[in-house]
Design a protein around this ligand. Structure first.
Ligand code: ATP
Ligand code: MG
Ligand code: FE
Length: 360
């Protein structure tokens, strides 16, 4: 079985071809990712209108490149999987329409994929990762803790109520004039600073849930920077303090979710007592940060979890994860109608989908 995946929900235009063999093994034949960083850099963040236009101008070429590089013919494809939400609506529509066009002309099914499900399953692209596992998704658009119990069975244990962690990095970098994307620049500048020099808020610290909030932290960093002398050392100190605070908050909140996860799987009798340590996976661009990775390693040791940090190419936005989610659904016979709509918001877990239509 060959499947084409298409991703265009944020600022990466991506296409990938996967092959599933009869023995159940999955092979990534191609994974093409065109980043739009250079178009958004001067605005210090992703501009939806620019993103949509950039996707539109390049999507056909990216799909063609993925098919060519995979060494297959369009007629070999069994289905096309496309992100149909959540994300920036212009981009999602662009990828979804391209996928629908292919499905129509090749007379093969479409699988409309939730971008978050792609992230949730992404650790399984690079090696075995048995269900259930706890996933922390920390990117420019999301900060969520998900219990991944099986295909289509996800429970959101916590998520940000305002900004994503990556967004806080990007906005901090913007205020400090460090360029976009902010994460790597903040990390570089932080290396020479004292992480204890600036006192910053740690929202929800110690509270009995696993949600996040980064808006107040972002504002406090901006205030600290503006009231400093803006020397090189001030920059290093502010960046280091910000990064350390994000580390602490991510670890403390994730620790809560680990307790929830452990309690939950211990209460189901499908889990063998020998099935420990429990699995923890971190995905998303922010996971590239070495201090954050270190803090999570430490947390895993303390809580008895094994840490799985897939290669960065699979945990930032890519189309291989969308193809994989699509492939699993295709095999189960879950195919979509060609009238499937692009959804700017689309929560992954069914409980949230019913009670909280505004969450993405
Ligand atoms: P989505 O949220 O839809 O997954 P995205 O494009 O916003 O998409 P990613 O591509 O996964 O997210 O990651 C980009 C984010 O990761 C940016 O906010 C960037 O600042 C952040 N980031 C990248 N490298 C680092 C780093 N070394 N430290 C901290 N943050 C980083
Ligand atoms: Mg991106
Ligand atoms: Fe993403």
């Amino acid at each position: 079985v060959f499947i084409l995946g298409v991703e265009s929900s944020c600022d990466e235009t991506a296409a990938s071809v996967l092959r599933r063999d009869p023995d159940g093994s999955t092979h990534i034949l191609s994974s093409i990712i065109a980043s739009q960083d250079e178009y958004h850099a001067k605005f210090g963040g992703v501009v939806p209108e620019i993103a949509a236009r950039a996707h539109m101008s390049i999507i056909d070429a990216i799909i063609d490149q993925a098919v060519t590089e995979a060494g297959v013919d369009y007629s070999d494809l069994s289905a096309v999987a496309a992100t149909s939400g959540p994300g920036l609506i212009g981009g999602v529509i662009t990828g979804l329409l391209a996928a629908k066009g292919l499905c129509l002309s090749l007379d093969i099914p479409l699988i409309a994929v939730n971008h978050l499900e792609g992230h949730a399953l992404s650790p399984r692209l690079s090696g075995p990762c048995a269900f259930p596992y706890l996933l922390l998704l920390v990117s420019g658009g999301h900060t969520q803790l998900l219990s991944v119990k099986g295909l289509g069975d996800y429970e959101r244990l916590g998520s940000t109520v305002d900004d994503a962690a990556g967004e806080a990095f990007d906005k901090t970098a913007k205020v400090m004039g460090l360029g976009f994307p902010g994460g790597p620049n903040v990390e570089r500048v932080a290396a020479g600073g004292d992480p204890k020099s600036v006192k910053l808020p740690r929202p929800y610290w110690g509270q009995d849930h696993a949600n996040f909030s980064f808006a107040g932290l972002k504002t406090a960093v901006a205030r600290a920077w503006r009231s400093s002398d803006k020397s090189e050392q001030d920059a290093a100190n502010v960046a280091a303090s910000f990064q350390a605070t994000v580390c602490e908050v991510l670890s403390e909140r994730t620790g809560r979710a680990m307790d929830m996860f452990t309690k939950d799987i211990m209460s189901t009798n499908e889990v063998e007592p020998s099935d420990t340590p429990h699995r923890f996976v971190v995905a998303g661009g922010v996971a590239a940060n070495k201090a954050i990775r270190g803090a999570l390693e430490h947390l895993c040791e303390a809580k008895g979890f094994s840490l799985n940090a897939p290669p960065m190419v699979y945990c930032t936005d890519n189309a291989a994860m969308i193809a994989l989610a699509g492939l699993e659904h295709f095999i189960q016979g879950n195919i979509s109608d060609l009238s499937a709509k692009a959804r700017p918001r689309w929560p992954l877990d069914s409980a949230a989908a019913k009670s909280d239509p505004a969450s993405g």
